[in-house]
Unconditional design. Structure first.
Length: 348
């Protein structure tokens, strides 16, 4: 018998998308992988650090394939499952696609977790998939040292609606659809320092499906999309800048935040992943001289099931922002712009 409730976050050395390998390490590991350019039908591969692979089947159909999994970011098993599944499905939406099915990825320390806890994790994942109207059609499980859960997700899109992170254009405006601070909230959870009401805000954000991406991709004025996850806003914006061979400016005063993110960051509630992120790409980010460290941590904070970063024609930005806000993303804001350049970020 356990003498106290199980805290899933105590069984893992990291949590959520903060578990991702640092961007610099990932680039080094992938640097010698063979080129996929010989596959004519592979529209999107690993070269641009995009959200999913895209394979064109015929003139009207592309298949989108992705996988995402991680260790617990919260202690409630059902919530953990919901967050992990929502996060994995997001990659299909970020490419402009419609998810059609998922496969579960399950690694559990079966000598530490009772079967009922594991069942709740799986049920949470199934609930998120049901909301996305897709089945969990199978999967794979192993006995692991730390709890791991996620999905492989398959989606479909018309070739004209595929949105890569490599197609942002100078003159575009950037919209972010969710507030930042998920990693900061997760750090506060581990220290039992999360304010009243903040957990509910965190769950509402991390379980909100990014299905708006499918609608945005049908708009010709939307040029590029990606979701903001483990590398933080700066890391994923930098992927867009590098892939698009452009520079990006971000207006820090316009960046949406979860309600307590700023206060918690000033109290030092940050993750190790935030520091690793900055070490990986900080040389390509130009900061104002007096920017406080806690504000930089907000920009590098690893998001789990974060929002979409959308590059769109400047003339359509206000219309698209209104559309996004009206369908359940009230925190969405215009946060920056795309400029001619060579792959840098400017914080203003």
């Amino acid at each position: 018998m356990l003498d106290r409730p199980i805290r899933l976050t105590e069984l893992a050395h990291g949590g959520g998308c903060g578990c991702k390998l640092a961007p610099a390490i990932l680039r080094d590991l992938l640097s010698e992988q063979p080129s996929t350019g010989v596959f004519r039908q592979l529209l999107v591969g690993a070269e641009t650090a995009d959200d999913a692979a895209v394979w064109q089947i015929d003139d009207n159909t592309c298949i989108i394939v992705t996988t995402d999994f991680f260790m617990p970011i919260v202690d409630d098993p059902h919530d953990f499952g919901r967050i992990a599944a929502t996060n994995a499905i997001s990659d299909v939406y970020a490419m402009g696609g419609r998810p059609i099915l998922a496969l579960a990825i399950v690694g559990m320390p079966i000598n530490k977790l009772p079967p009922d806890v594991i069942r709740k994790i799986l049920a949470g994942g199934a609930a998120a998939c049901a909301e996305a109207r897709i089945p969990v059609a199978g999967g794979h499980s192993i006995d692991a040292q730390e709890p791991i859960y996620g999905l492989a997700v398959v989606g479909l899109a018309h070739p004209a609606n595929v949105r890569r992170n490599a197609d942002a254009r100078p003159g575009d405006v950037l919209i972010l659809t969710k507030g930042l601070g998920i990693g900061i909230y997760s750090a506060a959870i581990k220290r039992s320092a999360l304010p009243d009401g903040a957990y509910e805000e965190m769950i509402a954000s991390t379980t909100l499906l990014n299905r708006i991406g499918q609608n945005l991709a049908a708009d010709a004025d939307v040029h590029a999309m990606t979701d903001v996850t483990g590398f933080g806003l700066l890391g994923h914006a930098l992927e867009v800048a590098r892939a698009s061979r452009a520079d990006i400016s971000i207006e820090i005063k316009n960046v949406p935040l979860l309600s307590h993110a700023g206060d918690l960051a000033q109290q030092g509630m940050v993750t190790g992943a935030s520091t690793r992120n900055w070490a990986s790409y900080g040389d390509d980010v130009r900061l104002p001289p007096a920017l406080p460290l806690w504000q930089r941590h907000l920009l590098t904070d690893p998001q789990t099931s974060g929002g979409l970063l959308v590059a769109c024609a400047g003339a359509s930005a206000e219309r698209l922002l209104s559309d996004i806000q009206s369908v359940g993303f009230p925190s969405a804001r215009i946060v920056g712009a795309v400029h001619a350049g060579d792959g840098h970020i400017d914080i203003r």
